[in-house]
Design a protein around this ligand. Structure first.
Ligand code: ACO
Length: 423
């Protein structure tokens, strides 16, 4: 049997055979047969927006691989910085490559003093850190005007290093502003996750000694959040980047996409939901409410995963390691009961709704003392490497500007009526 699809335009009997390549068909070829007929797919549920060699996601079987490496293996054996290199460069680094990468990232963690003192300090005292981050990423483009030279691969790589390196610094600066604490400068002696934790939490002491178990937990969470193929924010990055906007402006758009509760804001929503449920005994009533349409079970369901999200499994285990240090998050029992109840309920089974990455991550962040508003920021820090890898790949592919069509459903042509004559 041929690995192709034949379609016929019944209006005129014209026919076209399109090959199936890597599980996809070339819509542009179909368009040759159907000029002026658009493929209506508002949320891109049936559309592959690009070919990509970065992340392999098989939602039916719960598989996630970065550049071919299973997420489980990376989470066990690798570090976030190595994973960021893998995503951006395509292969795991040699020792020399890793050393150079680590040096470059470490030596680009500082932000311009105006950025911190004048830009970030100008926000309202209780500004949401995600709003601050989105704005700060866009503002970075004004500090690095050479970033517009997107045809130069070296210039591109320099901006990628800056974005990966500076995002934790900006994130921590947003927190310190909100908390009313002085900014902590990056410490070049520390690893990527340790440096982030010292910028967040160090008060007074000249050195910050993070518990290695918490450092490892953050590193694992960063690895799990680094990329997830063509999700909402990554698609935003590619779409904005396709206009040849600079990477800082593109990343600001991507971060804005991540902010929403259906995407990176879900971990925040999970903790708010668990807090409002309050006790295991209330789980049954809450699930009944979800089934009758009064809200969603936050941290459950995914556009692509129709099986257990592999990241959720790893995070669930990491949670126990964190709780050994911080003490158990009292909401864990509510979460476990909620998961158990939902996974044995026909409503969730029939819709293939499983815990996603956000179901347990918020519990870890809460136990580690991160303010609830800050959770999407914790997602954005590592996702920056994925956004940058996709932006770079899109430019290497010399992609045309993203410009979908629409199916117009509005009024037919009509004449302008002067305001005095309108009824
Ligand atoms: N709770 C209850 N019902 C749900 C949930 C949920 N969390 N998610 C989906 N459903 C139901 C829908 O009501 C729908 O039911 P119906 O067929 O009777 O109408 C069915 O399952 C399919 O849902 P859709 O909304 O069509 O699924 P979609 O792929 O568009 O949405 C999404 C995916 C946005 C993630 C959704 O599952 C959701 O809102 N989940 C809660 C928020 C969340 O956890 N987001 C984080 C996602 S992971 C990430 O971005 C990092």
């Amino acid at each position: 049997m041929a690995d192709s699809i034949t379609i016929t335009d019944n209006r005129n009997g014209n026919t076209i055979e399109v090959p199936i390549v890597n599980g996809g068909v070339d819509a542009a070829q179909w368009s040759k047969l159907l000029p002026g007929v658009w493929f209506l797919d508002p949320s891109f549920g049936a559309t592959a927006s690009t070919q990509s060699a970065i992340t392999d996601l098989d939602g039916e079987n719960g598989i996630l691989r970065y550049r071919g490496y299973p997420i489980e293996e990376l989470a066990e054996k690798s570090t976030y910085l190595e994973v960021a290199y893998l995503l951006v460069h395509g292969d795991l680094p040699t020792s020399a490559e890793y050393e150079a990468w680590q040096y470059d990232i470490t030596h680009h963690t500082f932000i311009h003093e105006n950025m911190r003192k004048r830009f970030l300090d100008g926000f309202h005292y209780d500004a949401h850190p995600m709003g601050m981050l989105v704005s700060a990423l866009a503002a970075l483009s004004t500090f690095y005007p050479e970033a517009k030279d997107i045809d130069d691969r070296e210039v591109r790589l320099k901006q990628i290093i800056r974005l990966i390196a500076k995002t934790p610094t900006i994130a921590a600066a947003c927190h310190r502003f909100y908390a009313g604490l002085p900014f902590n400068y990056p410490d070049n002696e520390l690893s990527f996750p340790e440096n982030f934790l010292q910028m967040m939490w160090r008060v007074g002491d000249p050195k910050y000694d993070a518990d290695p178990r918490l450092v490892r937990a953050i590193d694992i969470l960063f690895m799990l959040h680094a990329d997830h193929e063509q999700n909402c924010s990554t698609t935003a990055m590619r779409v904005i980047g396709s206009s040849h906007a600079d990477p800082y402006s593109s990343a600001a758009g991507a971060a804005a996409g991540l902010y929403g509760p259906r995407h990176g804001g879900a971990n925040e929503a999970v903790v708010r939901m668990l807090t409002s449920i309050g006790h295991m005994d209330n789980v049954g009533a809450f699930i009944d409410g979800v089934k009758s349409g009064s809200g969603r079970l936050q941290g459950f369901g995914h556009r692509v995963y129709k099986n257990y999200d592999p990241r959720a499994k790893i995070i669930k285990n990491a949670a126990y390691d964190v709780f050994e240090v911080t003490g158990k998050n009292p909401l864990l029992d509510v979460a476990l009961k909620l998961e158990e109840t939902a996974l044995s309920d026909e409503y969730f089974i029939s819709r293939k709704l499983y815990p996603n990455v956000d179901f347990y991550s918020g519990l870890i962040y809460q136990a580690m003392g991160f303010p609830i508003d800050f959770y999407p920021v914790l997602f954005a820090i590592p996702r920056m490497s994925g956004w940058c890898a996709h932006w770079n790949e899109m430019l290497d592919q010399n992609q045309r500007i993203s410009r979908p069509r629409q199916v117009y459903t509005g009024a037919p042509v009509r004449g302008y009526v002067p305001i005095a004559q309108r009824i």
